[in-house]
Design a protein around this ligand. Structure first.
Ligand SMILES: [Mn+2]
Length: 298
């Protein structure tokens, strides 16, 4: 009778057995933040973390590209954060407090969103770590997210990168933008790589992108709407003409080889009922990025 029954995959990033998820032994900590109160056109990003974790359980753990199994470094997925839905600033303070502890313990912290507003809270935790500073930010996104304020707040997902530049770093490199105003381009001109300029030969542009990252330490914020909607329809503000899976991987791999990646987030996944493929796309990019980070550890 027993052999006719089976267990579901454990609920953690990678669907890993317990021996790979112990906090003390894990080099990587994955923190789910189901917050979407600042999403404008379509909410639902609060279901992103759960969908990413669920999709990740189906991933092959061996990365044939780099001959590496990053899960053996230990990946501890925490409980989901109890979000403060009515107050984005309070929510960010809570994120900071939680992440601070994992960073103090020397963990490599990956955050699963949630809308892009959470990146401010995440960055405030990273900025509190003197050993990680100064850092540049590599932002993969369809939008610049540099509004002065939006809908009565300075901390929505539309403002997050302007706040980041004011409060945390003088170096933000934005890749994949294609729904962007003239003023937004002006704001960070030398450090913007528009999707239209990347479409012909993405890989040839990678050295230029890396050269624009001023600091050795690099934080990566990956807004899934950077991807083309044909590969990533599951997001609140999809834009045509986006980046492609292998291009994104090539960039992430190069950054991990040449810089010290200090952490990253994946935001704005808005799962679509009945179509789990985009969740797998995002989960796999996260897993691949972890592999690159630890394979090419500096
Ligand atoms: Mn964004």
């Amino acid at each position: 009778m027993k052999q006719l029954l089976y267990s579901l995959d454990p609920e953690n990033f990678g669907g890993l057995q317990e021996k790979y998820t112990d906090y003390a032994k894990s080099k990587i900590v994955v923190v789910p933040i189901p917050f979407d109160s600042t999403a404008c056109s379509s909410p639902g990003q609060r279901f992103g973390p759960e969908a990413l974790i669920s999709a990740s359980a189906g991933l092959e753990l061996y990365d044939e590209e780099i001959d590496f199994e990053v899960h053996k470094e230990g990946i501890c997925t925490t409980e989901h954060m109890e979000c403060v839905r009515a107050n984005v600033e309070e929510n960010n303070l809570r994120i900071k407090k939680i992440l601070q502890e994992f960073l103090d313990d020397g963990k490599f912290v990956v955050t699963l969103g949630g809308d892009h507003s959470i990146t401010y809270g995440i960055l405030s935790a990273f900025a509190g770590q003197s050993k990680l500073k100064p850092f540049s930010i590599l932002q993969l996104d369809a939008h610049a997210d540099v509004a002065t304020d939006a809908e009565g707040s300075k901390y929505t997902h539309a403002c997050v990168m302007r706040r980041a530049r004011e409060d945390f770093t003088d170096s933000i490199v934005q890749v994949g933008l294609r729904s962007v105003s003239k003023e937004e381009i002006e704001y960070n001109k030398e450090n913007i790589f528009l999707a239209i300029d990347l479409r012909k030969n993405f890989e040839a542009k990678i050295p230029e992108i890396i050269a624009r990252l001023k600091h050795e330490n690099v934080y990566i914020t990956f807004d899934v709407d950077a991807l083309d909607p044909s590969e990533m329809p599951a997001t609140g503000t999809p834009e045509p003409g986006g980046l492609h899976y292998y291009d994104v991987l090539a960039l992430l791999k190069a950054v991990c080889k040449e810089k010290n990646v200090i952490g990253f987030d994946c935001v704005e996944l808005m799962p679509l009922p009945g179509n789990d493929a985009p969740n797998t796309v995002a989960a796999k990019i996260i897993y691949k990025l972890l592999g690159y980070k630890f394979k090419f550890l500096k």
